[in-house]
Write a protein that binds this ligand. Structure first.
Ligand code: SAM
Length: 281
């Protein structure tokens, strides 16, 4: 089979799950990982013959993709904020909205006069948030909490890969008291309400950890309520908070912080959804 024929086969097999442009992009991603070819090499090698062995690898991949498994989990890695990260079934696959959260946080921290930064990320998953912040602010002391031991193993692997010193804390945030005071608290906690479960794609529910997606109780704001409470005693004067939120609960989430911060903002993502709350003490 030539590369061109394999691409055609790949697209046909996945046509019920992916539109043509998506399966074409996926094919390029897998060719880069399996054949070691970038997009240009791929374009000029359309008539090259693929070995039986490599064809079998692609067939196995296709059946995994057909099962709904996210391609990032199949590859075991993904790109986020221009960096490589290991991902697996124990962590949420990083979403583009979280890149926007980081853009916002980095720009506001740079504008502030905060120094000797102490940063806390709550619900760190694969560790993307503390890793990007530590890269941007190498002098900062960065800590990150998660209650999933397995997620923390992946986060530690990512921090080691990027050679960064981050303090990972294995803790149930909802049940424990913070012991330190931070200049920046940032979080993308589980914020999908149980009543919204029906709206979430089966492939997401089946392959990504439910505890990363869904609020543990019927109260979808439970993490935000605790974070607001923690702002009283665990956020420095002039400290800042950055949160990714449920787009349906923008005003409700913002209102939790009105009393504890001197300024609070509700910000839309590039799709126009109310997606972030941030503020200063
Ligand atoms: C929405 S994911 C965010 C992961 C990562 N920060 C990101 O943006 O991709 C939420 C994370 O919170 C963690 N988590 C859920 N409940 C928790 C709790 N009670 N205490 C600490 N971490 C919790 C989950 O294990 C998961 O890794």
């Amino acid at each position: 089979m030539t590369i061109s024929e394999l691409k055609q086969f790949f697209k046909e097999q996945l046509s019920e799950i992916y539109i043509d442009s998506e399966s074409g992009e996926l094919f390029s991603i897998f060719c880069s990982s399996i054949l070691g070819m970038d997009k240009f090499e791929l374009r000029i090698s359309q008539n090259n013959i693929i070995s039986e062995e490599q064809t079998e690898v692609f067939k196995k991949l296709i059946s995994e993709l057909q099962s709904g498994k996210p391609y990032q989990q199949i590859l075991g890695e993904t790109e986020f904020y221009g960096l490589q990260f290991f991902v697996d079934e124990n962590v949420l696959i990083p979403r583009p909205e979280t890149e926007e959260l980081l853009e916002l946080a980095i720009s506001e921290i740079q504008k502030s006069n905060l120094t000797d930064l102490k940063i806390l990320d709550i619900g760190t998953g694969s560790g993307i948030i503390p890793i990007v912040l530590k890269k941007k602010f190498p002098e900062a002391k960065v800590s990150a909490i998660d209650f999933s031991e397995k997620a923390l193993e992946t986060a530690t692997k990512n921090a080691d890969f990027h050679k960064l010193d981050i303090k990972f804390i294995h803790e149930n945030y909802l049940q424990e008291n913070l012991s330190e005071v931070y200049d920046v608290i940032i979080s993308n906690p589980p914020y999908i309400g149980r009543d919204e479960e029906i709206e979430i794609a089966d492939s997401v529910k089946e392959f990504e950890p439910k505890t990363a997606l869904f609020s543990p109780t019927s109260n979808a704001l439970i993490f935000y309520e605790k974070i607001a409470e923690d702002c009283k005693n665990h956020l420095t004067e002039n400290g800042m908070v950055f949160l990714e939120i449920n787009q349906k609960l923008g005003e409700e989430t913002k209102s939790l912080f009105i009393e504890v911060l001197s300024e609070v903002h509700l910000v839309k993502d590039i799709s126009g959804n109310e997606r972030f709350v941030w503020g200063k003490k």
